[in-house]
Ligand binder design. Structure first.
Ligand code: PGA
Ligand code: ZN
Length: 418
């Protein structure tokens, strides 16, 4: 049984230059591992609580010294020198110690850091790759690699709101390896950059997840240019490369209405708008097409579009088993966006994953918009047999750390993409 000898932690900076938490777990066997946790900007209301210091004089209140101190102090005192039968026993001990429904006392950022560092240390102790350890935890063999959804264009909260919808990703379909699929994405990304240069006359700045973020005049323009970029790369939209869209509609929803650019749409009109996009564009997945509490219109959308595209819940579900159960029962979605730090421990995220799969849903394992150079997410997506992985663009090292890890796993396992 693994016994924690010592937990330590450090406040580090994420890809937006904001503080986040890094934890190191040292086991009595001598095995040790370090993990860094990401942080979102387009967050769901039902997410577990990310503990920030709140001191306006330091990082505008975003410091993580309290969360770090909770790992070094209280969590270390309570968990060190105690054997844990497994991951679930450790995670339950932390949840009990925190004692709040949303992990607000010790901080979900502290708990998730310890949870993941313990998992990685256990893999080190056993001398196995992290993805293998994750597969053992969930009790399923790895038979396919996840097919990435790769950020091309951004708007919404990831790009200063110049267009309402948040992200358009490309999903290469005709490639069977991560290697081929990244090369295909590079071709599309470069075509998009050339098109943008001609259209907007400037070298484009990139958004939080490394996507291009020109001043689109509408969501449709963003989608049109995505299709044009695929064509300009010599590829066939829908056959070689599909689009996946994160509408992130919670963030332009107010008082029952959706403010899509200059338009104000009620729930049924928003559903109709989404259906029109599905008719016009090769969209394989529609994430958060509706707001996080707009349950009736989620059900309306699923009944009308669920057979032809993924109706993917991010803010709606927050990787929370209770919300996933509600969505299964009310037929509100058919795919889960899985972010471990939305719920705060690996065990609860695994429960979310298993529940979604048992309902026949697809699972998309996702990074956050504020990321670090850590690559555990790639191992998680492989180990838990995620159908897809969503990491952002192919332009920034915090994103590439995950793609590069997938390339290495592909060579090591010789397993193809689903
Ligand atoms: P985040 O959201 O900015 O909260 O990480 C990303 C997403 O909406 O998928
Ligand atoms: Zn999202």
């Amino acid at each position: 049984m693994p016994t924690i000898q010592r937990l330590s932690a450090l406040e580090i900076l994420d890809s937006r230059g904001r503080p986040t938490v890094q934890a190191t777990c040292q086991l009595a066997s001598g095995a040790a591992a370090t993990v860094s946790v990401p942080s979102g900007a387009s967050t769901g209301t039902a997410e577990a609580h990310e503990l920030r210091d709140g001191d306006p004089q330091r990082y505008r209140g975003l410091g993580c010294r309290k969360a770090v101190q909770n790992i070094r102090g209280e969590l270390n005192r309570a968990l060190a020198n105690r054997p844990f039968r497994d991951q679930a026993e450790l995670d339950t001990a932390m949840i009990d110690l925190d004692g709040t429904p949303n992990k607000s006392r010790l901080g979900a950022n502290a708990l998730v850091a310890v949870s993941l560092a313990f998992a990685r240390a256990c893999a080190v102790e056993q001398g196995i790759p992290l993805y293998r350890h994750f597969a053992n935890l969930i009790g399923q063999p790895v038979t396919a690699l996840p097919r990435p959804m790769i950020n091309l264009f951004s708007g919404g909260k990831h790009a200063g709101g110049q267009v309402s919808i948040q992200d358009v990703q490309v999903m290469p379909l005709s490639a069977r390896t991560i290697d081929d699929l990244l090369a295909m994405t590079y071709a599309v990304f470069q075509s998009a950059a050339d098109l943008m240069y001609r259209q907007y006359g400037m070298r484009l700045l990139t958004a939080d997840e490394g996507g291009l973020a020109p001043a689109f005049s509408s969501a449709e323009e963003m989608l049109d240019l995505s299709v044009q970029s695929i064509r300009a790369a010599g590829l066939e939209p829908g056959r070689d490369v599909a689009l996946t869209v994160d509408v992130a509609a919670s963030h332009f929803h107010d008082a029952g209405c959706y403010r899509l650019g200059a338009e104000i749409l009620d729930g049924p009109a928003m559903v109709n708008r989404l259906l029109s996009w599905l008719d016009r564009y090769p969209i394989a997945s529609l994430e958060d097409g509706l707001a996080e509490e707009d349950w009736p219109h989620w059900s309306m959308l699923l009944s009308q579009a669920g057979s032809r595209t993924l109706i993917l819940g991010d803010d709606l579900l927050c990787t929370n088993p209770a919300r996933i159960r509600r969505a299964i029962d009310s037929r509100a979605a058919n795919a889960l966006l899985l972010k471990v730090n939305q719920i705060g421990t690996l065990t609860e995220a695994m429960e979310a994953c298993t529940l979604a799969k048992s309902a026949g849903w697809r699972v998309v394992v996702s990074a956050r918009s504020g990321e670090t150079e850590d690559n555990w997410l790639a191992d998680l997506a492989v180990g838990w047999s995620g159908d897809h992985i969503k990491v952002g663009s192919i332009t920034q090292s915090e994103r590439l750390a995950k793609y590069n890890r997938l390339l290495a796993i592909e060579v090591e396992t010789r397993i193809q993409v689903a």
